[in-house]
Design a protein around this ligand. Structure first.
Ligand SMILES: [Zn+2]
Ligand SMILES: [Zn+2]
Length: 365
């Protein structure tokens, strides 16, 4: 791994050598690191990561490198995607403090209970369930009452060199899945979730609002199912990508007729997306909401009742299913990752990801 000399210097200063043992093994302790590691390299104890605190992101080089306890695994991150949820986290959605990042592909470096996984390339389920509450006991682990969510709630995420997860959350990748596809496994799983919540019938009139990475993925999934969705797309790059795949798009202002669509999927990440969805959907039909925004919504509940609109909140899906889709080549994810930045350039990366019309921006350590 390349680090600038300046960086290496500041990193060295954070290290305090505590004990030097004989037999060539150095036992060290590091500022901010609770673990005494019986390792050869000082690098083993700390890592580089992006830290979110009080709506501010910063680069830290003093975070303890995670160590796998029983049932856990440590993954070295190869690529991690910035998503709309991360941008909302910075605005204060969920009040998370820690290392963000929940879309990633990496390699297992430590898995005491499953040593056969070490060296394997993986993606991971991001919900860390307690296994005991009534939701977990009913098979709804993603809605565990006490869950942590990697990079979003209570657990450090993938915008660092390493992260720790329960070993049962890992899904290994076949060699055929390329890195830039694998990094999209988590958002793809979220898209596939829609298929478990709403029945996609033949000939259904489906409108997707928003043509960012999520909207593009939804449209490709629907197309793979044999549907012909229309996507409301604002930006030329996003429109071009849809057109290249033979997917119909329209501008917001040209959307007609209203109150016509059997299913509207809102994936803009903005409250305005929902008002458009509300106008577009026919009475008796369904709106699936994929956006998670920090702002609250001005919504007439009575109108939804009178029109008998079904509102479906839709979050995470099965990573195993996503990997099966990727491996089967049923869906192609080319063209969705538009930029890659080093962790040290995280400010540029976040600025890029917040640009109107941006597609997926990924980080690598
Ligand atoms: Zn995401
Ligand atoms: Zn639980």
């Amino acid at each position: 791994m390349h680090r600038s000399p300046d960086h290496a210097d500041s990193r060295q200063q954070d290290l305090i050598i505590d004990v030097v043992a004989s037999s060539g093994v150095i036992l060290i302790s590091v500022t901010g690191c609770q673990n005494f590691l019986n390792r050869h390299a000082m690098d083993d104890c700390v890592m580089l990561a992006i830290w979110l605190e009080n709506n501010r992101l910063s680069l830290r080089n003093d975070l303890p490198r995670p160590q796998a306890g029983p049932g856990q695994a440590v993954v070295r991150v190869d690529l991690a995607g910035i998503c709309g949820t991360d941008l909302e986290l910075v605005k204060g959605y969920t009040g998370f403090t820690g290392v963000p990042g929940h879309e990633f592909v990496g390699r297992v470096v430590q898995a005491p209970d499953r040593p056969e996984l070490e060296g394997r390339r993986v993606v991971a389920e991001i919900n860390i369930a307690c296994g005991h509450c009534h939701q977990c006991r009913s098979g709804r682990e993603r809605h565990c009452l006490h869950r942590q969510v990697t990079g979003i709630r209570g657990a450090n995420g993938a915008f660092g060199e390493y992260l720790k997860l329960p070993v049962t959350n890992l899904v290994t990748l076949p060699r055929s899945v390329r890195q830039r596809q694998a990094v999209l496994a988590e958002p793809l799983a979220a898209v596939l979730r829609i298929g478990h919540q709403v029945e996609i019938e033949a000939g259904m009139r489906i409108l997707v609002i928003g043509a960012g990475p999520m909207g593009q993925l939804i449209a490709r999934w629907l197309q793979a199912l044999g549907n012909r969705p229309v996507v409301v797309a604002r930006y030329p790059g996003q429109r071009g990508l849809l057109a290249d795949r033979g997917i119909d798009w329209c501008a917001e202002d040209d959307l007609k007729p209203f109150r016509w669509w059997d299913l509207v999927i809102e994936a803009t990440g903005r409250p305005e997306g929902f008002s458009l969805a509300r106008r577009a959907v026919r009475a008796g039909a369904t709106i699936v909401v994929k956006s998670t925004y920090e702002a609250s919504l001005d919504l007439s509940l009575a109108e939804l009742v009178v029109d008998e609109i079904t509102l479906v909140g839709s979050r995470c899906g099965s990573l195993e299913e996503a990997v099966r889709w990727l491996a089967s080549d049923r869906i192609r994810l080319d063209g969705l990752v538009e930029a890659e930045y080093r962790l040290t350039d995280f400010q540029k990366a976040f600025e890029h990801a917040s640009r109107p019309g941006a597609l997926k921006v990924v980080l690598h350590p």
